[in-house]
Design a protein around this ligand. Structure first.
Ligand code: KG4
Ligand code: ZN
Length: 377
């Protein structure tokens, strides 16, 4: 089954075509991040206006790239939707996200589903992040031949840690379509903690990659200048997180140590921010794996692109927690894109009449279009 995925929940406009939930035929992401760097964060109206401009060219590019890959070069774009060349269904993020941005994708998908008479699958952006782990990434070999790396599907049940800009959730994925929420943040999300502390340090948006780069500076210079930040809730017997105290602690350090743009202070703080956030995430996720006695741990969401976080999971699992099948997709599949939207729709194929699909900015990870798949145990 070939699915066209559409994603516009935040500042990206993305379209992908994915075969059988695993094989990426095309992957197009247009980001307005550059625009947001200038403003130090996202201005929702500006993001949506940009998305209105880019959505059609992005979908068109995804279709053309897929045609190229399928060697159906003579097909025009409208024919691609016809029965002779199968785009079997369309999948679109309905929430959570910024309402203006979501509407761009949802209205486009509804129109395409109506005009080309295709099934339309509403997708929860957060749950879909997890499905980056089902995509078979291709790597370019030295002689530029694209090769699919050896890959087996993750086994369920699994614990998944979803860490994005606006959400931090731990869930138990029993089987496709059956997910139980087991914990999450009580205040700021992990990505938000990166973004807000980066801002305090005068680093650019998005804060995650900026903090990671600044932290790498600290490690490289092997500076002895040490700062200690708290690891909120790390010892508590639950699966919840709290990251809002970190920005207060960083503010305190900055005002007591002096000017944030002093490179020495800034990189020492960035290093410790990254250590504090990743320590808590690793500890709680591994505790959940033990508690729920599952063999698979899936890491997902934009923060999963963080190298230090991936490394810490691998070290812990290699060391004391061996036997856990730890999965994380390449960084370009962890940050927002439409390939995992299409993959999610394949494994959770519940087409809904286009008339009944609408943007739902406040969805939680276990909800689809307002329906709960299962309540917390
Ligand atoms: O999932 P995502 O792309 O968008 C949302 O759905 O929110 O996540 C974006 C978040 C941002 O907070 C960004 O700072 C963070 O992911 N992020 C990172 C890294 N790359 C992106 N955080 C830490 N390290 C990174 N390398
Ligand atoms: Zn996301």
């Amino acid at each position: 089954m070939i699915i066209l995925g559409i994603e516009t929940s935040c500042d990206e406009t993305a379209a992908s075509i994915v075969k059988d939930g695993r094989e990426i035929l095309s992957h197009v992401v247009a980001s307005s991040a550059q625009m947001h760097i200038e403003t130090g964060g996202i201005i929702p109206e500006r993001a949506a206006r940009e998305q209105v401009r880019s959505i059609i060219p992005v979908i068109e590019k995804a279709l053309l790239e897929a045609i190229e890959k399928l060697k159906n070069k003579k097909q025009s774009v409208p024919q691609f939707f016809s029965s002779s060349v199968p785009v079997d269904a369309i999948a679109v993020t309905v929430g959570p996200g910024l309402v203006g941005s979501l509407l761009v994708g949802v209205e486009t998908a509804r129109t395409l589903a109506y005009v080309f008479n295709k099934p339309l699958v509403p997708v929860n952006h957060l749950a879909a992040h997890i499905y980056a782990n089902w995509l078979r990434p291709e790597v370019k070999t030295q002689n530029a031949i694209r090769k699919t790396i050896k890959f087996t599907e993750p086994k369920l049940p699994a614990v998944a840690l979803v860490v994005s800009g606006g959400h931090t959730d731990l869930v138990l994925l029993k089987e496709h379509g059956n997910m139980v929420w087991i914990g999450g943040t009580r205040d700021d999300a992990a990505g938000e903690a990166f973004d807000k502390t980066a801002r305090i340090l005068g680093l650019p948006y998005p804060g995650g990659p900026a903090i990671a780069a600044e932290a790498a500076n600290f490690q490289m210079t092997n500076d002895k200048f040490q700062i200690k930040l708290p690891r909120p809730m790390i010892g508590e017997d639950n699966f919840d997180f709290s990251f809002s105290g970190l920005k207060t602690a960083v503010l305190r350090e900055v005002s007591s140590l002096g000017f944030a743009r002093d490179k020495k202070v800034s990189s020492a703080i960035a290093y410790e921010v990254q250590e504090a956030i990743t320590d808590v995430l690793v500890e709680k996720a591994l505790r959940a794996v033990k508690e729920y006695k599952v063999g698979t741990l899936l890491l997902a969401g934009g923060v999963a692109a963080n190298q230090r976080l991936r490394e810490k999971f691998e070290l812990r699992i290699g060391d004391s927690e061996s036997g856990i099948d730890f999965r994380v997709a390449p960084a370009w599949l962890c940050t927002d894109n439409a390939s995992y939207i299409a993959s999610y729709a394949y494994y959770n194929f519940k087409p809904t009449p286009w008339q009944e699909i609408s943007a739902n900015p406040g969805l939680t990870i276990t909800q689809i279009g307002g329906r709960l798949t299962e309540r917390k145990e």
